[in-house]
Structures are given as structure tokens and as C-alpha cells.
Ligand binder design. Structure first.
Ligand SMILES: *Cc1c(COP(=O)(O)O)cnc(C)c1O
Length: 410
């Protein structure tokens, strides 16, 4: 059986073979604990971790001492958000008025859930809502600022629609107000140029497995000067990573993430252009060959490799069944037993039906032109087939506006 073509690079990426190559010696030959200070085994591993720290830091314009290794972006977000809120809280746990936090309803769960926990623990939260273009602007953040605001956390690029928020401008507002600014940059870093100084960032999360590195390793950038940002540790233990994240370092994973960062830095520009070309081809072919097709989110302020497209007059689950040879994500999220429409698409103002009948197609380093051809043909075939069975689509073609029909009440 042929495996489906892979168009889910926003969920995870294949590990680059060059990354695997770099990791291999650290399973078998160089296996010391980088915390072992008394012998060569430890020193070798420590040197490898330090080299990876340089590679990760240089990808985002940071210094190596500003990188904290974690298990992924979920952990980086938890450490940044809870760690900063607890450090800069205006009142102790158990009291009210602990401080105000600004975030957005379209963030990843790995931001929403830590912020909700802080809300239960006495912090007040402003949940910003984007317009239909999906963008969170600096103006929205400025208008939400209060005297007691202690933290702003806004993602750089959205993982479902690929829209790009006004991160450098939001950072500038935070700098002006003296408020700590965190960004979940998991979909951005490695794909787009990043400079934490130019872009006014205090805390930045990213992950190995979204940039062709291994799963289970991530990093958090923590600004050390102008201003120095401090965090409350969330994991207590041996005081690793300058006390901010205890636990023996995942040396193989870290070496892999370092190598992945170095390759991204090297190849980002050409890869961006290539993927943008493929994405545009997907979007123009699908929307020119069929009607009632909409690309979600801002037309231009979007990542080069990710698109989210809604197909009117098809039912979401049937659409997914019809494109079994394409591995991608739908606008439905499985929560326990039921299918919920994506909260991100709803946040952009899409109705439940259209959210369900949306596809997120995300390209990557290993996507080919042929993959894109297959996806276009497969999706057109599935959508046209479903529409042939749809009485509503018939009405639409006859020029009847479905929304004006008065359905018979029983
Ligand atoms: C994938 C992703 C995460 C979670 O990253 P993990 O490394 O899997 O924990 C967080 N935020 C965004 C925007 C993501 O795309």
C-alpha cells in the first residue's frame, strides 16, 4: 500500500538525515553526563551541548547563555509564562490582584492552558480576539495594557492558518511599558529571519521537531540584558540550566536540535522561496478550478509553507475520507468523543460548517512539486464528488442564496 503524501509539516517534520547523522555518535561513543565535571566523558558531552547552544542562539540573534534547553515548545511555554508570572507577581499566591496578563484566543493550547491556570491562581487575563484576517496587532495590545500588566504572550505565527502577528511592534509596546514579552515562535523560527534584539523579544519558545530536528527537545530564549528577565523554575532538581530547568540534559536531542538550527540558518532563504512557490500553486489551482473556496487568514501576512483552505458545500468528515492519500489536518479538533470545530477558525469568524470543511496543508523541506500536483488533483476530485451529491450545492448553482431560504418548521 502506498503511504499518503505528507502535508502535515506544521504538526511535525521528518528529521533531516544530516541531523540524524550528527546525533548518532552521542548515543554510543560520547555518552557522558554533561554534568559530570571530573572526567573526559562529561567534558565531551558538555562541549557538544555548548556547541549546540551556539547554533541555537545564532539562529535567533541571541547569546549562548540565553538559551535554556527543554523538552519542547510546550515546556518552554510553561516555563516562560508561569515562570515570569510567578516571578513578577504583584501579590502572593492565594491573594487577588496578582497582576494582569495579555494573550489571544488563537494561541496554541500550550499557551492557552498555562494562562488559564494562572487565571485560576489569581492573575487577571485579557484574551485578545483577532479580526477576520487572523492578525493580532500592536494596537490591540497597546489598548489592553494596564498599570498592573506584567506579561504579554502572543505567538509569532499561527499554527493552524499561518498568519503572522505584529511581533516586533508588540515587543516595542511592551518595551515602552516595561512589560515582559514572550512569543511562542514554534512555527516561525527556522523558517523566517529572527533577531531577538531587533524584534524586541524577552522570551521566545521553539521546538526541535518542527524544524527537522528530533522530537522531545526544545529551547527557551531568556533575555539576559536590557532588561535581564528572571523566571521562577518549574522543575526543581540539580539546578541545571542555571537553575531554571533541572534534569540531566538530553544530549542527543540537543545535538540534533543544534544541527537542525544550523541547517535552517543556512538554507532558510532558498527554502522559503521554494515553499512559497508551492503554496501559491496549491492556493491558486484549488481556488481557480472550483468555486466557493476560501483561503483563510490575511492574504499576505502568512507563513510561506502553510495554507488553510475552506471548501463550501462539502461535509468535513466526508472530505477527510475522500482524501485518504493526503496526510493533512482538518478544521476539526478531536476532543474526547466529539468533533469540535477549530477554535482558531471560529476565532477568525468562520461558522461551524465551514470550519469543519477546512484543510490545513503544510509543506516542508521534503515536499516536492509532484506532491503538490497529487494533492491538487486529489482534493479537486474529492470536493467535486461530494458536491455532485449535495442538494444544497445544486441550489447554489441555480443561483439561490442558501442563507435566504426559509426552512419549513415542523
Ligand atoms: C507544535 C507547537 C507547540 C508544541 O510544541 P511541542 O514541542 O510539540 O511541545 C507549541 N506551539 C506551537 C505554535 C506549535 O506549533
Amino acid at each position: 500500500m502506498n503511504r499518503p503524501i505528507y502535508m502535515d509539516n506544521a504538526a511535525t517534520t521528518r528529521t533531516d538525515p544530516r541531523v540524524v547523522e550528527a546525533m548518532l555518535p552521542y548515543f554510543t561513543e560520547v555518552y557522558g553526563n554533561p554534568g559530570s565535571r571530573n572526567h573526559m566523558y562529561g567534558w565531551e558531552s558538555e562541549a557538544a551541548v555548548d556547541a549546540a547552544r551556539e547554533q541555537a542562539a545564532s539562529l535567533i540573534g541571541a547569546g549562548p547563555k540565553e538559551i535554556i534547553w527543554t523538552s519542547g515548545a510546550t515546556e518552554s511555554n510553561n516555563l516562560a509564562i508561569k515562570g515570569a508570572a510567578q516571578m513578577y507577581a504583584k501579590a502572593p499566591l492565594g491573594s487577588t490582584g496578582r497582576g494582569h496578563i495579555i494573550t489571544a484566543i488563537i494561541e496554541h493550547k500550550a499557551v492557552l492552558d498555562p494562562v488559564k491556570r494562572l487565571e485560576r491562581e489569581g492573575f487577571e487575563v485579557t484574551w485578545l480576539e483577532p479580526g477576520t484576517d487572523g492578525i493580532i496587532t500592536a494596537e490591540m495590545v497597546r489598548n489592553a495594557m494596564r498599570d498592573d500588566t506584567i506579561l504579554v504572550t502572543i505567538m509569532w505565527a499561527n499554527n493552524e492558518v499561518g498568519t503572522i502577528n505584529e511581533v516586533p511592534e508588540i515587543g516595542a509596546v511592551c518595551r515602552e511599558k516595561g512589560v515582559v514579552f514572550h512569543t511562542d515562535a514554534t512555527q516561525w523560527v527556522g523558517k523566517m529571519p529572527t533577531d531577538v534584539d531587533r524584534d524586541n523579544i524577552d522570551l521566545l519558545s521553539w521546538s526541535g521537531h518542527k524544524i527537522y530536528g528530533p522530537k522531545g527537545v526544545g529551547a527557551l530564549y531568556v533575555r539576559r540584558r536590557k532588561p535581564r528577565v528572571r523566571l521562577q523554575a518549574q522543575m526543581d532538581g540539580g539546578g541545571h540550566e542555571r537553575g531554571m530547568r533541572s534534569g540531566t540534559l538530553n544530549v542527543t536531542g540537543i545535538v540534533g536540535m543544534g544541527a537542525a538550527c544550523a541547517i535552517c540558518a543556512e538554507e532558510m532563504e532558498t527554502e522559503r522561496e521554494r515553499l512559497l512557490g508551492l503554496r501559491r500553486r496549491l492556493e491558486t489551482e484549488l481556488s481557480s478550478r472550483m468555486d466557493v473556496v476560501a483561503v483563510n487568514g490575511h492574504a499576505d501576512r502568512r507563513l510561506p509553507h502553510l495554507t488553510n483552505i475552506s471548501f463550501g458545500f462539502v461535509e468535513g468528515e466526508s472530505l477527510m475520507m475522500g482524501i485518504k492519500d493526503i496526510a493533512c489536518s482538518s478544521g476539526s479538533a478531536c476532543t474526547s468523543a466529539s468533533l469540535e470545530p477549530s477554535y482558531v477558525l471560529k476565532g477568525l469568524g468562520l461558522g461551524d460548517d465551514l470550519a469543519h470543511s477546512s484543510l490545513r496543508l503544510s509543506l516542508g523541506r521534503f515536499s516536492t512539486e509532484e506532491d503538490v500536483e497529487i494533492a491538487i488533483e486529489g482534493i479537486v476530485k474529492a470536493v467535486e464528488h461530494l458536491r455532485r451529491l449535495s442538494p444544497l450545492y445544486d441550489l447554489h448553482q441555480e443561483g439561490i442564496d442558501i442563507n435566504t431560504i426559509e426552512w419549513q418548521a415542523h
